[in-house]
Design a protein around this ligand. Structure first.
Ligand code: R5P
Length: 301
């Protein structure tokens, strides 16, 4: 088996390779002055099972193009199989047509990867449970919820005064799963609205009981507005302690500036995406999903 890393999260790919006692196979990424990209494998792959690790976070389109070219280079160079580990799947929120006239963007990028020749996908905490149904090739859907459950247990955050909160109605299933892992903790959810034109988010109603301690769970933090609104709402209703767990640190726009000011104990994210130094803040903690990815290849390596 050979592992290649895209340019978007090499530290994660390196960790995975190390856990498998392997090194990353060399690959050249070059960007021409006009922005076009060239990808070139620097090692033969004929008859090999190959793996590419490339989350498609910001800059999303650039990372996708690089991934498309890498898959093509592997197929063209005779790889026996190509497994794409895509820890963050860009465009996953456009998994259906919200308003007439829109594209189903997620389907476009998935079909493109499949048409180029991916044999298998490995993804993390997809936005919707139904996303797996868009894939025609096999997909393993991993989740960081078990990492979150371990931290919550270690820190003894669960007692009669704790509630797990989904900051939007779409995340209720995720919060229920975590509640089951933690042996049934009460859950609450917030109704939020996003203005499709401006992207502005407003939280309106909380379903469920507000407790002294709230643990907010989400799949991703992008602009940070969802978390900021949820924390404000919980605090206004009497919550004294708020913890946040979200798998993907997309951190678009000025998310980190916003999150830094939010009144929380800690915000836990994972390394499915790189969090650059300038986007890190005091109470941010980054957990690694490298072990979970490496586990997927232990039998093969
Ligand atoms: C939305 O449905 C997701 O689960 C996240 O809550 C959302 O994408 C976070 O976005 P933002 O950080 O921009 O509010």
């Amino acid at each position: 088996m050979k592992i290649f890393s895209g340019a978007s999260n090499k530290p994660l790919a390196e960790k995975v390779a190390k856990l498998l006692n392997m090194s990353l196979s060399p690959i050249e990424h070059h960007t021409f002055p006009d922005g076009e990209q060239r990808v070139r494998l620097e090692e033969g792959v004929v008859g090999e099972d190959t793996v590419v690790i490339q989350p498609t976070g910001i800059p999303i389109d650039i990372n996708y193009i690089e991934l498309f070219f890498t898959i093509d280079a592997l197929k063209r160079s005779g790889a026996k199989s190509v497994t794409v580990v895509i820890p963050y799947l860009g465009y996953e929120r456009q998994d259906h047509v919200f308003r007439s006239g829109e594209a189903r963007s997620l389907e476009v990028v998935i079909r493109t990867m499949e048409n180029i020749g991916v044999d298998k996908f490995i993804a993390f905490d997809l936005h919707s449970i139904k996303t797996v149904e868009i894939f025609k090739e096999p997909i393993t859907h991993l989740s960081a919820l078990s990492l979150f459950a371990n931290i919550i247990k270690d820190k003894q955050l669960i007692d009669a005064e704790t509630v797990l909160v989904s900051p939007d109605m779409g995340g209720v299933r995720r919060v229920r799963m975590l509640s089951d892992m933690l042996r049934t903790v009460s859950v609450a959810s917030i109704e939020k609205n996003r203005d499709l034109e401006t992207g502005k988010i407003t939280a309106s109603v909380i379903h469920g009981n507000v407790m002294r301690r709230a643990i907010i769970i989400d799949d991703m933090i992008s602009s940070g507005q969802t978390i900021a609104q949820a924390v404000t709402m919980l605090r206004e209703r009497g919550t004294k302690e708020v913890w946040v767990f979200a798998t993907h640190a997309v951190f678009s726009q000025n998310a980190s500036t916003l999150l830094e000011k939010v009144e929380v104990e800690k915000i836990y994210v994972t390394d499915t995406l790189i969090v650059p130094e300038n986007k890190r803040f005091r109470n941010l903690e980054i957990l690694s999903v490298a072990d979970m990815i490496a586990e997927q290849f232990k039998v093969q390596s």
